[in-house]
Design a protein around this ligand. Structure first.
Ligand code: GLA
Length: 439
């Protein structure tokens, strides 16, 4: 080939390659922006401690021991707080049915997790009628309260405190520490580099100190603000993971501090809030004997060291098939025997078996709703007859029109709560309330 033609050929090849590289860079930049994981948006989104967007955890977190799904498998653009929704057109609040919380007045408080938009309209009316306890579904998580270091955002949390006060409801706090929905800045060293990558032992020690100081400040600032309004606090969430080394979740918190982050958080909460506030360690799958026993072991070690743990929060994201009611009560008994209180903190009951990705679509079979009712009935009967073991039950939502399970593990029809999507009482509601209507 003549030299000139060869040179021209090479020049076109070079132009082609550069063009492709530039196009790829632009595409990557666009993607980075669009998925909201760019630096501007990072703090408004559900980013894990590892800085990735993943689904929230719960029944779904990685756990090989008790049938939970893998949290890495589904990307979820889950805003810190849900967007306000219009009330469903045909929805209404039934005035001629008993109040859930009043029916349980002789037993324990009953609550619901809420988003800020639910403090108005029909949802607010539902809360006022049926609940005497509230918890923020997202508004009090670390990423919501301190998205950037030193910049606390109180507005939504304050509104919840105000709403609870005005309506004479108790409010719980969820959660001071978690590996999810926690901003990345916690885990960056003084130079802005990820602490996890540090290999120098001296610098690792300095990073650990910095991280624990940040945690201490986070906890004290929040507890001091709300200690007179909030009595019941989730201090740490989901720290146990039987499949990880030592049975401790291999979060950045654990990798960088061992169990010291747990101790620091509980001690700071007690010092800031005094002995009137009650401090809980919260987790899912606590009915599973392996997980339950690891949690009991951890709590015993903490208590022996004088770390102020008052109780265990059992999330109780269950399904109509699993687990047995006995295993739930058994676990509560175990912690009761250690001198601890128990709370049901995030109760909901999926219609589907674990790992089943099917969808009932518009029409949920009646026998499925009946099965759910029977299970809810059995569960609440067990709570009532063991009321010395627990001091409250919080449902993870008000009604089926708003539940995290509608988009996890796939988007589909879900109906895990006591009221349907038009806010009407389901068979499950009657199963929970009816036995108490008998003379
Ligand atoms: C876990 C968390 C909750 C919530 C649920 C799913 O259980 O503790 O805050 O995110 O997952 O919605």
């Amino acid at each position: 080939m003549p030299r000139l033609t060869r040179l021209r050929g090479r020049r076109w090849m070079l132009i082609g390659i550069s063009g492709a590289v530039i196009a790829a860079v632009i595409a990557l930049l666009l993607l980075y922006k669009v998925d909201g994981n760019g630096p501007d948006e990072a703090s408004h989104l559900t980013n894990t401690a590892e800085g990735e967007m993943t689904v929230k955890t719960g029944e779904n977190a990685a756990d090989t021991s008790n049938g939970h799904a893998d949290p890495e498998e589904e990307p979820l653009s889950n805003p810190i707080t849900a967007e306000p929704k219009e009330d469903p057109v045909a929805a209404s609040v039934q005035t001629d049915i008993p109040s859930l919380a009043e029916s349980y007045a002789d037993y324990f408080p009953i609550g619901a997790a809420i988003e800020p938009y639910q403090m108005t309209g029909l949802h607010a009316d539902m809360l006022k009628k049926h609940m005497n306890w509230l918890v923020a579904e997202n508004a009090m998580k670390p990423a919501s309260l301190q998205p950037r270091e030193g910049e606390f955002q109180w507005e939504q949390a304050d509104r919840m405190v105000q709403f609870a006060r005005e309506n004479k409801m108790e409010l719980r706090f969820h959660t001071l520490v978690w590996h999810n929905q926690t901003p990345d800045w916690f885990f960056l060293d003084a130079e802005g580099k990820p602490m996890e990558n540090e290999t120098d032992p001296v610098k690792r020690e300095a990073n650990k100190k910095l991280l624990l100081e940040r945690l201490d400040t986070h906890v004290r600032t929040i507890v001091e603000r709300y200690k007179d309004d909030i009595r019941s606090w989730d201090v740490v969430n989901e720290v146990i993971e039987p499949a990880d080394p030592d049975g401790m979740r291999a979060s950045l918190w654990y990798k960088l501090t061992g169990t010291e982050y747990i101790e620091t958080a509980f001690r700071a909460a007690r010092e800031a809030g005094g002995s009137d506030i009650k401090l809980y360690i919260n987790d899912y799958g606590t009915d599973d004997p392996v997980k339950r026993d690891r949690l009991a072991e951890l709590v015993t070690e903490l208590l022996d060291k004088g770390v102020p743990v008052d109780g265990v929060g059992h999330q109780t994201h269950i399904s109509i098939h699993w687990p047995t009611v006995d295993s739930i009560i058994e676990s509560m008994r175990k912690f009761h025997e250690l001198g601890l209180d128990n709370l049901v903190t995030e109760l909901d009951m999926s219609l589907y078996a674990w790992n089943d990705r099917s969808d009932f679509g518009e029409d949920i079979p009646e026998e499925i709703l009946q099965k759910q009712a029977d299970r809810y009935g059995e569960l609440f009967e067990a709570f009532r007859s063991n009321q010395e073991l627990l001091s409250g039950v919080v449902l993870w939502g008000i009604a089926d029109d708003h539940t995290w399970l509608s988009s996890f593990p796939v988007t589909r029809t879900e109906a895990p709560l006591l009221f349907d999507e038009l806010l009407q009482a389901k068979p499950a509601f009657w199963a929970v309330v009816d036995p108490l209507q008998q003379p």
